[in-house]
Design a protein around this ligand. Structure first.
Ligand SMILES: Nc1nc2c(ncn2[C@@H]2O[C@H](COP(=O)(O)OP(=O)(O)OP(=O)(O)O)[C@@H](O)[C@H]2O)c(=O)[nH]1
Ligand SMILES: [Mg+2]
Length: 636
């Protein structure tokens, strides 16, 4: 009897291409990038193939099924409890041996599976070819080679998957050494009734490995037997049973890999030479600065060009002189429509090139190189290089950046990284800097503000480190080969990020701009702004109307710019002096992590940590803002 719906899980090490396969098959937009640990929660999607409904689950990348990390527990529970019909084990062809270590553990769970050897294009460039048939014979599981980014081999992969689902073929049992096998056998005989979904052999192995979850499920006598048998193994080998089993797995992986792959001699490839340069003790720093600087420069140059072009197209939109606004027409035209125009001409032009380049940096593997180079620097603020990945993602948006702090080892490191991210110049802050300072003061001041922001991150990082002392864990970061990213992947990722921004943010622009006009019409604008005057005028030396901008800017940072346009028109230079523009930008940049950031901070950490982070932002902004308001007029 064939099931009409087949559930398929994608499992394997991090960064092998599971999410690319998932996206290709289901048309979804899961995050992909050339650094490990992107998929943190499982994603689900559907597709139809040969008239069957296939339900696919993209699991986070893991290296083993121990209970060492959250991801491992999640994946293991999923495979056991929800019993997918087939597990597609995705492997990176360039590192077959290391990936097989996970495959062996999956085979032990005795679930129907298909092996997908992905990224064979990259492997070929390194002179590696893999013999699918040989591998299939040894493992007793169908093996398919794929190039996921090009969709190559995916049809075949689905065909094999459906076949395995129908036949329920199980992988072959790969045997350990004699002294381990006999003890697995003894334990299996002693096992009580085990819950459905568990394989007896797997449970026995886990007991010998002293797996806490499985051990806890067993009655006293089985636990006792397991620890006696494990002790016997230990006395034979002189190391704990757990390590003995692990080393045997490595040995088997290595043997299988050696038999199934061929490595040809090739001269050092361009990518390797480039890698040498990017991680060179001196040039590496220069290239890291170039990568991050290049990202900003490119965004500015392309963004300004697009912004000019779009402003030309929307040239027909002449906001009514603010002095005459307040009528219902101006609420709709000046406010609501003005919000759309401002978003289209000031935000989108900068956001698209920014996300394009960010995706490129992520997917080429440049991001991990920069993280590697910045390790020493990051350690000064109690983090390691890996924390730079979330921090640079924070240049796009703090929300996914804070989400990605999950790649860090400890709660403390995650909190420190999130704290640093809350100060990072996200796309909205970048828009403020570019749209206000670069356009109305000059580019050098814009660069200066960026430099200041980095300095603030560094100083605040040091402060936080004092408040939250502890050990920094070592840097365990895999570096995957550099590659020319697929344009489709990048375009798709950019579109996903831009689209979610448009859906989320345009309504806010529209409502916000209309609200300003409405408040004006009701005559409330001035009282609200006047209420804030001691702060805005007295301390920060800004015009009175800055009060309302700062209130709206707490929702979305761009609003400080858009609201300004809706209040004074596009000629901002006439309404504010250069020092005022700088102070407004600086304060706007720092005073408040936007509402979405606060929400995710509270979800991932606690309200207490969130309040402290928010207050730290506010304090820094007001202190520096007041200071600048007094110093800058002396310079200009
Ligand atoms: N050249 C090449 N690159 C690929 C291929 N498949 C995936 N990639 C790239 O490999 C990187 C990792 O892909 P992902 O799909 O994000 O990997 P993942 O397995 O989901 O990783 P985690 O979610 O971190 O566990 C991305 O930069 C992809 O564009 C392939 O067949 N060929
Ligand atoms: Mg993934």
């Amino acid at each position: 009897m064939k099931k009409s719906e087949i559930t398929v899980a994608l499992a394997g090490n991090a960064n092998v291409g599971k999410s690319v396969i998932f996206n290709q098959l289901t048309g979804s937009n899961q995050i992909v990038g050339n650094w490990p640990g992107k998929t943190v929660e499982r994603a689900e999607g559907y597709l139809k193939f040969q008239g069957r409904d296939i339900h696919i689950i993209d699991l986070p990348g893991i290296y083993s099924f121990s209970t060492y990390s959250m991801e491992e527990i999640v994946s293991r529970d999923f495979i056991i409890n929800e019993g997918p019909d087939v597990v597609i084990n995705v492997l990176d062809a360039s590192v077959l041996e290391r990936n097989l270590f996970f495959t062996l553990q999956l085979m032990e769970m005795e679930v129907p599976m298909v092996i997908c050897i992905n990224q064979v294009d990259m492997a070929r460039q390194k002179g590696i070819t893999i013999d699918d048939e040989k591998l299939e014979k040894v493992l007793g599981v169908p093996v398919v080679s794929t190039v996921a980014v090009k969709g190559r081999g995916l049809q075949e992969l689905l065909r094999k998957t459906v076949e395995v689902a129908d036949k329920k073929t199980l992988p072959r049992i790969i045997e350990y050494g004699e002294e381990i096998e006999t003890r697995i056998g003894k334990l299996m005989d002693a096992l009580p009734e085990i819950p459905e979904g568990y394989s007896a052999r797997w449970v026995a192995i886990k007991l010998l490995e002293n797996d806490p979850q499985i051990t806890a499920m067993m009655p006293e006598d089985v636990r006792k037997l397991a620890s006696e048998l494990a002790a016997e193994i230990e006395s034979i080998h002189g190391e704990p049973a757990f390590s003995v089993i692990t080393s045997e797995r490595y040995a088997i992986s290595s043997m299988i890999a050696a038999g199934a792959q061929r490595q040809e001699e090739i001269k050092t490839s361009l990518s390797e030479r480039l890698d040498g340069f990017l991680t060179h003790p001196v040039y590496g720093y220069i290239s890291s600065v170039l990568v991050v600087g290049g990202l900003l420069l490119w965004t500015f140059v392309v963004g300004e060009f697009l912004s000019d072009t779009l402003t030309g197209i929307f040239g027909f939109f002449q906001p009514v002189d603010p002095k005459f606004s307040g009528s219902i027409e101006s609420i709709i035209w000046n406010g609501a429509f003005g919000g759309i125009v401002a978003g289209l001409t000031l935000v989108i032009p900068f956001v698209i090139p920014f996300y394009l380049m960010l995706s490129y940096i992520e997917n080429s593997g440049l991001l991990t190189r920069v993280a590697f180079m910045m390790d020493a620097f990051m350690r000064k603020i109690g983090l390691h290089g890996k924390a730079l990945i979330p921090l640079i993602l924070g240049y796009g948006c703090s929300v996914p950046a804070i989400d990605s702090t999950r790649i860090l080892e400890t709660h403390r490191e995650r909190l420190l990284a999130a704290f640093a991210i809350s100060f990072a110049p996200c796309a909205a802050r970048t828009i403020l800097i570019l749209g206000l300072v670069a356009l109305f003061v000059n580019v050098w001041w814009a660069i200066g503000l960026y430099a200041l922001d980095l300095l603030i991150i560094f100083i605040m990082g040091k402060v936080a480190l004092k408040a939250l002392p502890g050990e920094t864990t070592g840097l365990i970061m895999e570096m995957h080969s550099l590659k020319m990213p697929s344009f489709r992947v990048i375009a798709r990722q950019t579109w996903t990020r831009t689209r979610s921004l448009i859906y989320l943010v345009f309504p806010i622009y529209i409502i916000g701009s209309a609200l300003i006009q409405l408040l004006y019409a009701l005559g409330w604008l001035n009282p609200i702004s006047a209420f804030m005057a001691p702060l805005t005028v007295g301390w920060l030396k800004l015009p009175v109307f800055a009060g309302i901008l700062l209130i709206l800017g707490a929702v979305r940072k761009e609003f400080i710019l858009l609201g300004l346009v809706s209040l004074v028109g596009t000629n901002i230079g006439a309404a504010l002096t250069a020092p005022q523009i700088l102070v407004l930008t600086l304060v706007g940049m720092l005073y408040f992590p936007c509402l979405s950031t606060i929400a995710i901070l509270a979800r991932e950490f606690s309200w207490r940590s969130t309040s402290i982070i928010t207050l730290a932002n506010l304090g820094t902004a007001l202190f520096l803002g007041g200071l600048f308001a007094r110093i800058l007029p002396l310079i200009f």
